[in-house]
Design a protein around this ligand. Structure first.
Ligand code: SF4
Length: 371
């Protein structure tokens, strides 16, 4: 495992023996077709099968000549990963555990709401940020995901959609810190936005960060109106240092400054994520401190009642405590939403499914007192 330094160079995977067809860029597809003496218009047919028609196999691409399908099959797999586990919750939330070519595993989730289909994807194997309430942070960071590995999660989940359902939103809130693997993420998102890709606007994509100011500024430099979600989880540095250890090298003030810059440069209102942990960060004084931090900002708070994780000692606050917290923020003029639990009967907290399947000894978190 690598160190806890969020800005350290992190290894990428070795190139797999066979490439993923779904992971090829438009340029690579065009180049490959030209090298193999196929007409250029085959590229748009191929991309249509990958993105619009959600092909499950190369053989299914019926309007491509058999010789082309055979050549593609000789060199490429549709996906290079393997589906290790698939869970479906009572509310039809679906969670996939994908095994990558080096045996590492990542998870991704499809959530269904009325006329809204959202996928949540991972960007790293493990995570270096070490948030004490998070299953993913328990085992540290292993490596970054590559661009095709990130894209594979999205495309596998689109294949779970019914014919009359379509992808409407992407949240980059799965395992890992997205801003610590930004080039690979942005590469995958280019296919998401492309007209002949998934055709989804950047406004439909939310990128979540623990709050790396340099990464937030890099994201603003990209010039696309992505939604930014900052996982704050505490209203003061003393408490945040305990819950989100990377904070002791950054501090809340720097994070808010970078988030303010992001809003000024992109015009996108920043969301602050706040996982409510019973008896830890859910008290009225915490709500008042949070309100004081955010009241003069164009901010939105997303309160997330903790998903109980059996390996961790944190608990979900009761409904009255959650409502009391939300009311204090509302009364201070801070727009607040309490996130609905999706997939409560599957392992829906990030990292849980991977953790369960690793079978490792899980280190226990230390007790944290209220700040
Ligand atoms: S909550 Fe997010 S940033 Fe924190 S350890 Fe888990 S995956 Fe990493």
């Amino acid at each position: 495992m690598t160190s806890l330094d969020p800005l350290a160079d992190v290894p990428l995977p070795a190139l797999p023996a066979r490439e993923s067809l779904c992971g090829l860029s438009a340029d690579r597809i065009a180049g490959w077709l030209s090298e193999h003496n196929h007409p250029a218009y085959r590229a748009s047919q191929l991309r249509q099968w990958i993105y619009g028609r959600r092909a499950e196999s190369i053989d299914e691409m019926a309007d491509l000549p058999a010789s082309l399908r055979e050549q593609l099959g000789d060199e490429f797999d549709l996906f290079t990963g393997r589906l290790a586990r698939h869970q479906v919750a009572g509310d039809r939330t679906e969670k996939l555990l994908v095994e990558l070519t080096d045996g590492k595993r990542v998870e991704c989730v499809l959530m269904r709401e009325t006329r809204r289909w959202t996928v949540c994807i991972s960007t790293q194997v493990g995570c270096a940020m070490g948030c004490v309430f998070c299953a993913s942070g328990l085992l540290g960071l292993d490596r970054n995901l590559s661009r095709p590995e990130i894209l594979e999660q999205i495309l596998r989940l689109t294949r779970r959609l019914e014919p009359d359902e379509r992808l409407t939103n992407i949240v980059v809130m799965g395992i890992g810190e997205p801003l610590a693997n930004l080039p690979a993420l942005l590469g995958a998102l280019e296919e998401v936005h492309a007209e002949d890709g998934l055709g989804l606007s950047p406004r439909r994509v939310t990128i979540s960060t623990v709050g790396l100011p340099a990464g937030i500024r890099q994201l603003a430099d990209v010039g696309r109106p992505y939604n930014l979600a900052v996982s704050l989880h505490a209203p003061n540095d003393e408490l945040r240092n305990r819950l989100v250890p990377v904070n002791d090298r950054i501090g809340i003030a720097e994070i808010l400054k970078a988030a303010d810059d992001y809003f000024e440069r992109t015009g996108r209102r920043v969301t602050y994520e706040y996982v409510l942990l019973a008896e830890t960060n859910d008290q009225p004084r915490h709500a008042r401190q949070l309100a004081a931090l955010l009241a003069d900002r164009n901010a939105h708070v997303n309160l997330i009642p903790m998903n109980n994780v059996k390996e961790l000692n944190w608990n979900c606050p009761g409904e009255p405590q959650t409502q009391r917290f939300a009311t204090i923020l509302d009364e201070a003029g801070v727009a607040t939403t309490v996130r609905k639990k999706k997939g409560a009967d599957i392992d829906a907290a990030c990292g849980q499914l991977r953790l369960e399947n690793l079978g490792n000894d899980i280190p226990q978190p230390t007790e944290t007192e209220a700040g």
